[in-house]
Write a new protein. Structure first.
Length: 244
């Protein structure tokens, strides 16, 4: 379990997971993903609002991912905060870079989604909006706050740890940077289970991987992801209609 640190002079930290370590983390993420769906489905069947199931399911997924990542970090001889990038003296710069990257990608993301959805309509298929956005529109103030905490804050932390912090980093440090970049991005887009969002989310996944690779800090893609996921909430506050 030998760490692969980045170049100290540029302030970056790259932790190279070995395959047995990464594979030991994946069952935690997989179990969290499975439990997320089971919890959400059970709560909905029990009469709870759909948004409550989403929030609780996302929270369960986050807990599983965090627990698995803490174990992975400790097994590698590093603290969780260090691997996350919190102890890097350049962390404010990394967060700022992530925020700017997330904002910069928003026009491209919504443009790509509109283009892909339009093509599907031309072929006779209707692409629904993402489930979280649909629940956000239908929810009241309490539900919207809960969805924001789960999808706007919790989801970026859990997904960046999984897709960039483990999957991308492991494949990249095994000598396949292009496979890591494209593969982790496609997987990231696919797990959202929405055809209209697949292309923009895959592109966003590539951007997040590049941001992480450049800074060596997970704080950067987490910040970018939070900005990106906050966009629907801002649009709702501004009264902007959501197009499919």
């Amino acid at each position: 379990m030998n760490p692969v640190p980045g170049t100290p002079t540029d302030g970056r930290l790259h932790v190279g997971w070995e395959w047995p370590e990464a594979l030991g983390f994946l069952p935690w993420a997989g179990a969290g993903f499975l439990q997320q769906g089971l919890v959400a489905g059970w709560l909905k069947a029990s009469g709870f609002p759909s948004w409550f199931g989403l929030v609780c399911g996302q929270t369960v997924f986050l807990v599983f991912v965090l627990f698995g990542f803490v174990r992975l970090s400790r097994a590698h001889g590093r603290g969780f905060a260090e691997v996350l990038g919190c102890r890097n003296p350049l962390w404010p710069r990394h967060v700022g870079a992530g925020l700017l990257a997330g904002l910069a990608f928003l026009p491209a993301a919504y443009g790509l989604q509109a283009l892909v959805s339009g093509l599907f309509r031309m072929l006779g298929f209707e692409v629904p909006i993402q489930n979280a956005v649909e629940l956000l529109i239908a929810a009241g103030p309490t539900g919207r706050l809960g969805i924001y905490l789960a999808a706007g804050i919790g989801a970026p932390v859990a997904e960046e740890i999984l897709f960039r912090g483990v999957i991308f980093a492991t494949i990249r440090d095994s000598g396949w940077p292009r496979v890591a970049l494209l593969g982790s991005a496609i997987l990231f887009g696919a797990v959202h289970f929405n055809l209209g969002a697949l292309v923009p989310l895959t592109g966003f996944g590539m951007l997040l991987a590049l941001v992480y690779d450049r800074t060596g800090s997970l704080l950067a893609p987490i910040a970018a992801h939070m900005v990106f996921n906050a966009a629907p909430f801002v649009m709702l506050l501004l009264g902007v209609e959501f197009a499919k």
